[in-house]
Design a binder for this molecule. Structure first.
Ligand SMILES: Cc1cc2nc3c(=O)[nH]c(=O)nc-3n(C[C@H](O)[C@H](O)[C@H](O)COP(=O)(O)OP(=O)(O)OC[C@H]3O[C@@H](n4cnc5c(N)ncnc54)[C@H](O)[C@@H]3O)c2cc1C
Length: 297
């Protein structure tokens, strides 16, 4: 069985940061990831609030971080973590590929998009429904699309789509956006962005197994071919729900980023906190990494 001093679950910005701090301190560390390195930032078209870069797209930032991880020879491998067992100071991690032993774990498994919960949403994923404008936007060039949501992510991605698509409707259940003023002002400059505020999408219409429109709560229909959903995120904690103390699905930590289990730390979007951003995830990754180093030395 492979053995490390610390295993980090999730190679988003929080996990990669923790890995850099651990490796530079001489700790044997493994980064485990079930998807692509960088996590959520791969779904982000424009980042304008991460200091050091006036404007950068998410995948480029992810690749810059991965490059730094690889330059330090930090072991990185695919693995979907299914469970963790604790045996004193040792923790056994079971993935879909193997079993790994470690004395410290950093949970950095982040969040995934919240679904609308409409009956044909899963079926139409990839056939008109998307949670990533940056990945799929070009498939809807010169077409009419709708963005659902009114937060920063929804508005950022609507702005990205407005340069590609013919019309971008924004459906938001409130009468005002819940986003930064700078984004709202940018949005107002686009003639092809059409807000539908105070509305919900109650039905996704389909034709030949593809999205053909959405029905709103006032019963009107938007004839769109693409539906981009940004109604929030949910934490990726199903694999630890029997072990770790959670609140609303998020990992509870103390100020040292320790969980209720000695030797298991957490950082980034998976923890219960006030602000879910790249800068906070990176700060917590640094702190969790540093505290693991202290605990091992
Ligand atoms: C559309 C969008 C736009 C955004 N725009 C901005 C912005 O402009 N500025 C900003 O600061 N923030 C922005 N954010 C928020 C920011 O992306 C996140 O706060 C940050 O990336 C969180 O990083 P993380 O490492 O904590 O988690 P994540 O990025 O979620 O990474 C967690 C990783 O863990 C992996 N994982 C999960 N479960 C397991 C498992 N069981 N086994 C193995 N691996 C697992 C996942 O595959 C993922 O790669 C945006 C988010 C979205 C969705």
């Amino acid at each position: 069985m492979k053995t490390y001093e610390c295993v980090i679950i999730g190679a988003g910005v929080a996990g990669m940061t923790a890995a850099i701090y651990l490796k530079r301190a001489g700790i044997s560390v493994l980064l485990l990831e079930k998807g692509v390195p960088g996590g959520q930032i791969n779904k982000t078209s424009i980042i304008e609030n991460y200091p050091g870069f006036k404007k950068i797209d998410g995948p480029t930032l992810a690749m810059n971080m991965l490059d730094q991880v690889q330059s330090l020879d930090i072991p990185y491998q695919y693995g979907n973590v299914l469970s963790i067992e604790v045996d004193g100071d040792y923790k056994i991690i079971k993935t879909d590929m193997e079993t790994i032993m470690t004395s410290r774990i950093i949970l950095a498994s982040g969040r995934k998009p919240r679904e609308l919960g409409l009956s044909n949403e899963k079926k139409l994923l990839g056939s008109g429904i998307s949670y990533c404008a940056y990945c799929d936007g070009m498939l809807y060039k010169n077409q009419d699309v709708v963005v659902i949501g009114g937060g920063n992510s929804a508005l950022e991605e609507a702005l990205y789509l407005a340069d590609i698509c013919k019309t971008v409707y924004i459906v938001h259940r409130r009468l005002e956006y819940r986003a930064d003023d700078i984004l709202v002002k940018k949005l107002e400059k686009y003639d092809n962005i059409k807000p539908c505020l105070g509305q919900n999408v109650i039905e996704i219409l389909e034709k030949d197994n593809r999205v053909s429109g959405v029905r709103l709560s006032d019963n009107s229909i938007l004839p769109v071919t693409g539906v981009f959903i940004y109604i929030g995120q949910i934490p990726e904690t199903s694999f630890i729900e029997d072990l770790i103390t959670l609140k609303d699905g998020y990992v509870m930590t103390n100020e040292h980023l320790e969980t209720n289990i000695p030797g298991i730390y957490a950082c980034g979007d998976v923890i219960k906190k006030e602000l879910y951003q790249i800068s906070t995830a990176i700060g917590e990754g640094a702190l969790a990494g540093t505290n693991v180093v202290k605990s091992l030395k």
